[in-house]
Write a new protein. Structure first.
Length: 255
């Protein structure tokens, strides 16, 4: 069931979203050649502590997971699409990193993700990351009262497919509020004019995921969490928590 948020609730979610933005900024600034993913998780954890916020990621265990998630960020590198565990892997020059993170503050959640390149970038990786954010922007632009979920999905999918990238099937955005994952689901590909109508007070986490080779296939890693591309190609992920209002979409996880 979709839960519409009041304007007061959206303001409270903005505060949670602000913490997520600060967390992601700090993690990106700390990311450098030789730094481990676990160290980035520690940086993110410190931002949460200083803000008096909790993590909706830490110890989260959905139905598919063999174990509770052990970090406050998902850190996915190169061929990892999403859900990478922040372990002792040390970043190398040219790595493509996606960090997904959330915060819970005063009972409300925020969720956002960024992708970036450590050190010297490959042109193909730069284009992949830029397209992920273009797809996110297109999805947000379609998140207006009177449109439908399918319009967001179509906007994202059009950017991804036009650029020649793959889209992992079955993973996409979601509603968010008191819980990190709420109804409705927000696919990254779909038909315009279809699906649930968008109304003032809906809050969605919109999150395109792109596979560089143009293929859609992926598989879970042995850790049961990380999703990797089948062909070893690189992937990128971008996400914002967005409130749908009568005045247009409002990004709650921007700095």
């Amino acid at each position: 069931m979709v839960q519409l948020k009041t304007d007061t609730s959206i303001e409270a979610m903005r505060e949670a979203g602000r913490v997520v933005a600060q967390l992601l900024t700090a993690a990106r600034e700390a990311a450098a050649v030789g730094v481990s993913l676990r160290e980035l998780d520690e940086v993110a954890h410190e931002v949460l502590r200083e803000a008096g916020a909790g993590s909706p990621f830490l110890n989260y265990r959905p139905h598919f997971a063999p174990t509770p998630f052990p970090g406050v960020i998902c850190a996915s590198v190169n061929d990892a699409i999403v859900h990478g565990i922040p372990n002792d892997l040390r970043l190398r020059d040219g790595d493509l990193v996606s960090i997904d993170a959330g915060a819970t503050l005063d009972g409300w959640c925020g969720d956002s993700a960024i992708s970036f390149i450590v050190g010297r970038p490959r042109p193909a990786d730069t284009r992949l990351v830029e397209t992920a954010f273009e797809a996110l922007e297109a999805g947000i632009a379609a998140a207006v009262v009177g449109n439908r979920i399918g319009d967001i999905a179509h906007a994202i999918g059009t950017v991804c497919r036009t650029a020649g990238y793959g889209i992992p099937d079955g993973f996409g955005g979601h509603g968010i509020g008191r819980s990190m994952h709420e109804d409705p689901g927000v696919p990254n590909e779909g038909r315009p004019g279809r699906g649930m109508p968008l109304r003032h007070g809906m809050v969605l986490a919109i999150e395109p995921m792109l596979i560089g080779s143009g293929r859609d296939e992926y598989h879970p890693d042995r850790d049961g969490w990380t999703l990797r591309t089948n062909d070893g190609s690189r992937a990128a992920h971008a996400e914002h928590t967005v409130a749908i209002t009568n005045d247009g979409p409002r990004i709650l996880t921007a700095l």
